[in-house]
Design a protein around this ligand. Sequence first.
Ligand code: SAH
Length: 351
Amino acid sequence: MEKETFTFERIVELLESKGKKQEKLHKNAALIRDKIVSKNVYFRGIIEFSNFCKNDCFYCGIRKSNNHVKRYSITKKEIIDCVNFCNNANYGSIVLQSGEIRTKQFIDFVEDVVFEIKKRYPKIGITLCVGEQDKETYERFFKAGAHRYLLRIESSDQEHYERLHPKDMSFTNRKKCLQNLKDIGYQVGTGVMIGSPFQKIENLAKDLLFFKEIDIDMVGMGPYVPCSDAPIDNSDFNLEKNLNLSLNMIAVLRLMMPDINIASTTALQALNPLGRELGLKAGANVIMPIVTPTKYRKDYQLYKDKPCIEESSEDCKNCIIKRIESTGMIPCFGEWGDSKHFFKRKNGDIS
Ligand code: SAH
């Protein structure tokens, strides 16, 4: 097949695909995925271990000024129990996610937890998603045993980024963090919210070009879903549009960067009961089942109607396997499922 050049105009055109064109786009993306990274779906059990946050992102349910949220931090023992569940379920990898805190106590805690997990479960891959931190902190986490890091840029357009975030959050610093993570040797993931307030289709096309330009290894992007307690103007929210755009974003990204890992995110399921299956059919190859203890789930609602908050980790496991199998893909147990792109990047292969 001839290699296509993804110009800005071509990306916009593809993102707008509807009907038969959209079906073809998703099919092509799935075919490329099968050919380049296989039909395997890799698991990352996600542990949402704390909802304390120093940031006040205008769209987010756990932003610091939301007084309706009961704040929690789960203990080391509870985290280890979650990892033990993942180990028994043979998930291969876990993600530790939380709000953003930069205190010494928090950093020491994360480092210690990563170290302990690595000691007890050396075969489990560890991804961190704890926001913007100093380079030395990222280095400490890496040395303790984390090897992947997720930090969504949220929007690659500075002006748009600034409309979604308060003044004390810096777009430049967020980009710098992504570079630091890469320099340290992490497999680095980023992403955006699709359909967020003030966003235009041109922003999304630029986001895709940004992922390519920074040569990212993994992408986790999902639809924007309004959160009832957030101050941002949600009057433009359109569920159907956001769902379709999210799926088209996955598909176009797969065509542009065939060997990266792309997650089919939980937020897709908030918009459609079969959202995560649709994400896999559009070219994604990673699923992140929630393994947070059920009693904390209702307090980690970044957006309205988040699925799986009443379920147990066991329920989520059984449900997700069925969902994967229904798409014709293969649930892949006991493997890290690293980004192929990362190894090519390391070896200087730019083909
Ligand atoms: N503190 C970490 C983790 C943030 S929560 C960090 O800064 O990286 C994980 C992601 O949830 C965010 O990156 C954001 O893209 C997403 N999110 C927050 N509010 C959302 C909403 N209303 N709809 C959809 N996604 C949302």
